[in-house]
Design a protein around this ligand. Sequence first.
Ligand code: ZN
Length: 115
Amino acid sequence: MHEASIVLSLLDTLTNRCREEGYSSIESVRIKIGMASGIMPEAIVFAFEAAKQDTIARDAELFIEMVPVGGSCSDCRNDFEVSEAYVVNCPLCGSHSFKIQKGYELDIVEMEVNE
Ligand SMILES: [Zn+2]
């Protein structure tokens, strides 16, 4: 995975948001990473620490929330969640006919700023 480029676009988004709102610095950022996204949280933290130095987020602390993979089964009609990165079959009935609904996201949940 390309965690460095993910972090750069994350910092871009944060910087633009601060510029628009007139904030002077960011104290903390909370993001969500889906377990099926293939993104390694450790690598994100590492890349963030390195890339934030010359940005408005230089003092920001990064918090990561992992989102389990979830889907709904077309056979037993139940929603399910698993903590593995891949879903092979419905954990409830074993069907291979299901839709993944979450677990691929990378979202900024909130950021704390100084005005
Ligand atoms: Zn099922």
